[in-house]
Each structure stands twice: as C-alpha cells, then as structure tokens.
Design a protein around this ligand. Sequence first.
Ligand code: NDP
Length: 419
Amino acid sequence: MANNYNPYDNMLQVLETAAQKLGLSRNDYEAIKYPERELKVSIPVKMDNGDIRVFEGYRVQHSSSRGPCKGGIRYHEEVDIDEVKALAAWMTFKCAVVNLPYGGAKGAVKVDPKKLSRGELERLTRRFTTSILPIIGPEKDIPAPDVNTDAEIMGWIMDTYSMLHGYAVPGVVTGKSIDIGGSLGRAEATGRGVSVVTGELLKHFNIPEKGTRVAIQGMGNVGGVTARLLYEQGYKIVGVSDVSGGVYKADGLDIPDIQAYLDAHKKTLEGYSAAGVKKISNTELLTSDCDVLIPCALQNQITEDIAGSVKAKYIVEGANGPTTVEADAVLSKKGIIILPDILANAGGVIVSYFEWVQNIQELTWEESQINDTLKKILIRSFGQVLEIVKEHQVTFRIAAYMLAISKLAKAKKIRGVFP
Ligand code: NDP
C-alpha cells in the first residue's frame, strides 16, 4: 500500500453509509461485507542465476451472487491482502453499477516486476496460474490485467490454463492479445470510459469540453489513454505524472510529444522537457491548478493531508480507490464533485465482458460495435447514478454504491441463503 491507510476499511465505511441511505436492514447486506473466498499462495520461481525465490500471491473472490467473479491481477511489491480484498469488493460493485452479469474478484503477486527478467516473469506467472487454477475458469472467475500486468501476461495465463486442460480456453482471461482471442478496443477501454464519463459530467454542469483544464496522475494503460483521448477531444491537459514525478504547463502539454517520449524511454517521464514545461512532484500534480483532476495511478493518493489544497472542481477516479474516506469528506465540504472509481473506470470491465462473451460464443465483434456499446452502457449508468444523486441528495460515490448494493441485495434475496 502507498501508506498505512486500509482500503478495505475505506470500502466498508462507504458500504455502510450507502446501505443506511437505502434503508436496508443489516440482514439485507451483511453478507456483502465479506469476501466469499480468499486464497493465499506461495510461488517458487527459479531465477536466472539458479536461485529459488518464493513470492506471495493472492486471489480473492468477493461475490458470485450476480455471475462469475471478475477482476484483474496486480503485480506490486507493496500489495497486501486487505488491498486485494478491497479491490475485489470494488469489482463486485463496479459490475453491479454498470449491470454486467458478473461478481467481483482480484488477484495479486507481491513483486516488483521491473526487477525480474522476462523469463522470470513468465515462470512466476505460469506458476501463479497453476496455484490459483482450481478456482479460476470461464464459468467461475476470469482474471484480467491491472497494475503492472499486460496482454502478454494474460497470454501466459491463458496458455497455462489451456495446457492443463488439453484444449484452448480463451475465456479464462480477458485483456489478451487479439491474436489469441482478445477483443478489439479492450486495451483502450478503461481510458475511453474515463473520457466518456468525464464528458457526461461536464455536460451535466454545462461546461464545454474544449479548453477544460485537466491534470492526470499516472501515464500507464488508464492514464495514458485518457490523456490522449481527452487531448484529441480538445481538453487542455495541463499536468501528467508517473512514479518518477510530473510535468505541468498552464496553457497545455503536447500529449503526442509526451507519448512519443514515453515510448522511447521505457515508459518513464523522467528527463522529459519542453518549452514552458515545469517539473512537479506527484503531490503538486494532485494539487495543481486545473478544472478536472483524474488520478490514474494507485489507491490512497488523495489523502486528508492534501485534500484541503486540491484546486480542481471535479475529480474523476480513473484508478481504484485513489481518494481516502477522510479526504472524500474534506473534498465534499469544499464542493468538489467526485465521480467514483466504480463508475468512472468501469470501461475496462465492460469491454472485458464483451471479450468474454465473444470467447464463449466463438465469434468476433467490430471495434465500432464495441466502442458504441461501451459508450451506451456508461451513459446509461451515469444517468442512473445521477438520478439517485438528485433524488437522495447524496454524492456521486454514495449514489453509485446505492445503485450497486440495491442490485446485490436483490440478487442475494432472490437466491436465498444456502443451505
Ligand atoms: P499501469 O501499471 O499501466 O500504470 C500505472 C501508472 O501509474 C504508471 O504511469 C505508473 O508509473 C504510475 N504510478 C505508479 N505508482 C505511482 C505513484 N506512487 N505515484 C504516481 N504515479 C504512479 O496501471 P493501469 O493504468 O492499468 O492502472 C492504473 C489504475 O487504474 C489502478 O488503480 C488500476 O487498478 C485501475 N484500473 C485499471 C484498469 C485497466 O483496465 N488497466 C481497469 C480499471 C481500473 P510508472 O510506469 O513510472 O511506474
């Protein structure tokens, strides 16, 4: 974790508030508070120098009430079980908000993949896959990429699972390469979704997209695509950052130039310079002068310590859990509107769902069909959350949780408690 803050407690607090606003009885939502299953595994890996190193891995399945579990796999050296439990629960809520027939899960390995060779990373991934094999599968639990995992890693997972079953099973993971059953549009889906809901939010407040000043933390899969799409739509991207720090330019950064720099410098912003561009820290990025702040890195970035200094009027959570509960209260008091992660970054899981549907039906969709349906689902979900905001006079976060929990409580009630 980025600090001592516990994202699972954060999730529980928001869940309680939303359940109370809905007037649910404790019996209606008690089971939603706990993950259905937590698996911890030890992963021995033969390193290139012949040594054996053992890594710790997890797969947490939060809920399968509304369908198979779904959620990414994260490689990060500071990951812990509470972070994975929170991320798994957020996946359950996210799938319910956008009405996908999925529950939620998350997996992680405690490792800094930048310190491993490609061969070591492949052996780690394949061994992790065999360790979680009994609980994953197209009808049970479908992993996907998350922080520090990508299409190549998903390919190794798909291959390992398929080899052990004796036939190709593309539907076991999403976010794969197109050549082995991946979906058109998946790589860009989360950033595309962030750009769609940002547009809807501005439209609701009658603010033109053109010239709106945006700062983005993180230039990976989510942040990088969000920056490019918003830039192409005429937004002014004034600040971006990665783990090495950030850059800021009041009259707008040249995003294609920055993308070209990242491509040429192993995806790091370190050393980037251009006329009028100021170097800033990540905290300065989060508190920079902008209209919309889009955190797209890790959880717990906007804390109580810096919330008072945030200048943006709107925050769109591209990352999962970037705002702590305490910070959320400070920001709300300042009148800052926050579009929560479970709605704002749902584009990824929506197109993952399309990928899985294509895999299990053994057909392929056109990219335009994928992008159009993604947009339609997000606009519909934004509208439903907005209705709850207006009706109950709550924040977008509480409204999104209310929408999710009402669907989960209903599903649980219909299914009943076994035995
Ligand atoms: P990536 O690994 O592709 O990118 C993460 C980015 O954040 C990189 O630019 C990284 O910098 C930067 N970063 C990491 N740590 C810090 C830090 N401490 N301060 C500032 N920047 C930092 O991950 P994704 O883009 O896939 O994921 C980002 C967030 O979005 C996560 O919270 C993830 O759970 C969430 N998400 C991702 C989805 C997806 O489809 N990929 C779907 C939904 C949510 P560097 O490269 O220099 O390390």
